[in-house]
Design a protein around this ligand. Structure first.
Ligand SMILES: Nc1ncnc2c1ncn2[C@@H]1O[C@H](COP(=O)(O)OP(=O)(O)OP(=O)(O)O)[C@@H](O)[C@H]1O
Length: 245
């Protein structure tokens, strides 16, 4: 095994993975720098979700290596990977995945409570992020009483409240209307930048990818070449277009 470069928080080499014999990744390599916001782009079925699952230790690739802060993840057993995900990573799914029996603030505080934070500390962090996402007034409500956009904001607040090293966001605004989408994404990217959180954002939407520092386009489970372009209208990130090679 060759150790990854020191300045990459996540480094992956030649990832191959198939789902029940159906190929999803065909040799993807990439490095992600500390604090970077990286968009993984590509059409439906190009392997974005599978790549995020491999990078976050949810899935062990059939072949290839994944390293986090120079520690190999692909050789870890399930319990170590679970602890890594709990302590260092945040996850935002396309659909909010909340515990129906818990209130908004309890759902948001859950990762901190699982890590052993005090009730008071976890609630304070949860409330801060719920306020920033404009859902502080829903703190005592249960998910089923809220709108979809409010539930997805809870997922984003939950990921940020735990102050992870890396947030993996898989099409985090796919179910939101345009205005909600912009607010949620800007909160996520500006919070990540100010707190030095690395973000790996899977999206098929070029407008969303333009909020990232860099894009890694996938096609049929493989990387295609990237050309970084200065954005014409956005000062927060850079757009990228891809060329098949
Ligand atoms: N659990 C699974 N079982 C079988 N095939 C799967 C499974 N998950 C993904 N695939 C297949 O693997 C390939 C890559 O899927 P993946 O979900 O990683 O792509 P994606 O770019 O995230 O697509 P989408 O935007 O639709 O989620 C696709 O051909 C998909 O049908």
């Amino acid at each position: 095994m060759v150790a990854p470069p020191d300045n990459d928080v996540i480094w992956a080499r030649s990832l191959h993975h198939s789902h029940n014999g159906s190929p999803a990744l065909g040799g993807v390599s990439l490095g992600i720098r500390d604090g970077e916001i990286l968009a993984v782009t590509g059409p439906r079925g190009s392997g974005k979700t599978t790549l995020l699952h491999c990078l976050s230790g949810q899935l062990v690739p059939d072949q290839g290596e994944v390293w986090f802060n120079s520690v190999p993840v692909h050789t870890m057993g399930p319990r170590l990977r679970e602890r890594l995900r709990r302590d260092r990573f945040g996850w935002i799914a396309p659909e909010p995945q909340l515990v129906p029996e818990l209130t908004t603030w309890e759902n948001t505080a859950l990762p901190l409570l699982l890590r052993g934070a005090s009730h008071r500390e976890a609630k304070k962090a949860a409330m801060e992020w719920l306020e920033r996402l404009d859902i502080g007034m829903c703190a005592r409500k249960r998910p089923h009483t809220l709108q979809q956009s409010q539930r997805q904001r809870i997922s984003v607040a939950r990921a940020l409240a735990a102050a992870p090293a890396v947030i993996f966001a898989d099409e985090p605004t796919a179910t939101l209307h345009h205005t909600d989408r912009t607010h949620v994404l800007r909160t996520l990217t500006s919070a990540a930048r100010s707190h030095g959180i690395t973000v790996v954002l899977a999206t098929h939407d070029a407008e969303i990818a333009a909020l990232a520092d860099r894009a890694v386009p996938l096609l049929n489970g493989r990387r295609v070449a990237t050309v970084a372009l200065p954005a014409a209208t956005d000062t927060e990130g850079r757009a990228a277009c891809s060329l098949s090679v």
